[in-house]
Design a protein around this ligand. Structure first.
Ligand code: A3P
Length: 281
């Protein structure tokens, strides 16, 4: 054989960019980054860097699957490629677009207690507004509190406020369940991912058909950060400071009011997914 063949793909077929076999579809502020980073501790998982936003942004989607594949990391045939783009969950076109690419793909949906998620979302939006150029938001207007945004002045709930609307999970999950069999979607408990990450990671290894490789040795609690950080053979690392922000204090009466509002919505979500998350009412 001519020597060039020795270096051809036939002999070194291994690492190449592949379309994902699993996607973390959301929900934003529920621990999507922590989940992706934790899963990538598994030797059989390769993660895409950043958020790809292929299925939710038309300008990306119409570039086609080759563009998408090029955003993926190199992987070996026995490995699973995974990406996360939290806005997939709330974008109506996305389930059908993902199904058209791969109808047997595995989907991970991480959820968190809806009021905490809404406050986390508010905290992130507020921090972005604080660092945005003054011409974007104006310098003189003081930032409004979570309570001012979540409740109308007459005390009723401002259901149109985006951080609250995104926490009404049943409004979005139904479309996914109409598009994919229930067994292809794993609901990950974001509150438990914070307290006991391994409990969720082991469920996912099982769901993805992977040998259990991630163990207690891969996590250590960092008192300063107040969260678990990640450990592998080469390094110890925590997520960035934008993950695990301090939340503003919210009046307990407002929290109770919002929890009562979400109780009915949560029930609908439990019924649709067939799982009770046990969120406080
Ligand atoms: P907070 O910043 O409100 O605490 P996302 O990556 O989807 O934006 O989610 C961010 C949330 O991930 C954080 O919200 C934090 O609570 C949660 N999280 C879960 N495990 C974490 C970890 N080990 N380190 C930091 N944040 C973690």
């Amino acid at each position: 054989r001519p020597p060039t063949l020795l270096f051809s793909k036939q002999f070194y077929p291994s690492a190449t960019r592949r379309l994902p076999q699993a996607i973390i579809i959301g929900v934003r502020k529920c621990g999507t980054r922590a989940l992706l980073e934790m899963l990538s501790l598994h030797p059989a998982i390769q993660k895409a860097a950043g958020e790809v936003h292929f299925f939710d942004r038309d300008e990306n989607y119409y570039r086609g699957l080759d563009w998408y594949r090029m955003k993926m990391p190199h992987s070996y045939p026995e490995q699973i490629t995974i990406e996360k783009s939290p806005s997939y969950f709330v974008t109506p076109e996305v389930p059908e677009r993902i199904r058209a690419m791969n109808s047997s793909i595995k989907l991970l949906l991480i959820v968190r207690e809806p009021v905490t998620r809404a406050i986390s979302d508010y905290t992130q939006l507020r921090s972005h507004a604080a660092t945005a150029p003054s011409f974007t938001f104006g310098t003189s207007s003081p930032q409004r509190s979570f309570q001012q945004l979540a409740l109308h002045s007459n005390g009723s709930i401002n259901e149109a406020y985006r951080p609250l609307a995104i926490s009404v999970y049943h409004n979005y999950i139904h479309r996914w369940l109409e598009t994919f069999p229930r067994e292809q979607i794993l609901i990950v408990n974001g509150d438990l991912l914070i307290e006991d990450p391994l409990s969720q990671i082991q469920r996912i290894e099982d769901f993805l058909g992977l040998e259990s490789k991630i163990s207690t040795h891969n996590f250590y609690f960092n008192e300063t950060k107040g969260f678990f950080c990640l450990r592998n053979e080469t390094s110890d690392r925590c997520l960035r400071e934008t993950k695990g922000r301090k939340h503003p204090r919210v009046d307990p009466l407002v929290i109770s009011k919002l929890r009562r509002y979400f109780a009915e919505h949560n029930q609908k979500f439990y019924e649709l997914v067939g799982e009770d998350m046990g969120w406080p009412e």
